[in-house]
Ligand binder design. Structure first.
Ligand SMILES: C[S@@+](CC[C@H](N)C(=O)[O-])C[C@H]1O[C@@H](n2cnc3c(N)ncnc32)[C@H](O)[C@@H]1O
Length: 246
């Protein structure tokens, strides 16, 4: 069980997930930085690059949390571009908004409190999209992918970064050890044991790279490639439809 008796580890509801991310918002950035030794920003930059976002684009970061990728996208699309960052956690969006105001970005970011499973955006309106550590947290992954497909223009790409269960047994053992013995105790020191206990089971349940590719095809993406990175501990799913992935 997570911190309240209503939160099941096996299948948290959207309300549970929203509550978790609201509660951890004050320490989320610092924890990410410490737990990944800063590497999460390298992986996020890769996702932004693989989304193909260029100057003047309209870009979207789904499950934007405290805003890392939306801020990177703003630098990528420049003054002529437009960036939307969407999340359902008001606390995470509050942090994102404060950070973006302090970042002197070339274009302001439009922060949207909304649901990744029902994006409040028009069909075929987005030139490039990203999602980092969001897909694993969706209560309905196929619907999340279908929504991305709906809002992307033909030929536009989405790059989806998340944990990945590595193929090699040493990497899998390392990942399990790291989550149990580093992530949870570090969170515990900040009084967030229960909030971070959900990570290991969520990685266990998360579809593998090939399964993600299948799901993407099911959501209407004709092009879908999953790239394991960081020794297979992380992965980036790059999807598109209408044109070949460049
Ligand atoms: C692990 S955080 C990742 C945040 C950010 N992308 C990053 O990498 O730092 C996952 C985020 O997904 C958001 N989220 C989960 N399900 C969502 C949904 N259905 N709609 C909108 N946001 C959602 C949570 O509120 C949380 O901010």
């Amino acid at each position: 069980m997570l911190s309240t008796s209503t939160v099941e580890l096996t299948s948290p509801t959207a309300t549970d997930i929203q509550g978790i991310f609201d509660r951890i918002a004050p320490v989320y950035d610092e924890l990410n930085q410490r737990l990944s030794l800063g590497l999460h920003r390298v992986w996020k930059h890769m996702a932004v690059r693989w989304s193909g976002a260029t100057a003047g684009d309209t870009a979207l970061d789904v499950c934007c949390g405290s805003g890392d990728l939306a801020i990177m996208l703003a630098s990528q699309v420049g003054a002529a571009g437009t960036v939307y960052g969407l999340d359902f956690s008001s606390e995470q969006l509050g942090v994102a908004q404060r950070r973006s105001h302090q970042a002197y970005l070339p274009t302001p970011i439009h922060w949207i409190q909304g649901d990744a499973l029902a994006l409040p955006l028009a069909n075929q309106s987005i030139d490039a999209a990203t999602m980092a550590y969001g897909l694993r947290n969706l209560t309905d992954i196929p619907t999340g992918l279908s929504e991305l497909r709906r809002v992307l223009k033909p030929g536009a790409k989405a790059a989806i970064l998340d944990f990945h269960r590595p193929q090699s047994s040493w990497a899998e053992q390392f990942q399990r050890w790291y989550l149990e013995h580093i992530v949870v105790p570090t969170a515990c020191n900040l009084g967030l044991t229960d909030e971070y206990a959900y990570i290991a089971p969520s990685v266990e349940r998360f579809p593998t790279g090939p399964e993600q590719v299948q799901l993407a095809h099911g959501a209407g993406f004709s092009q879908a490639v999953h790239y394991p990175i960081a020794a297979g501990l992380m992965g980036v799913l790059v999807v598109s439809y209408g044109h070949d992935l460049g």
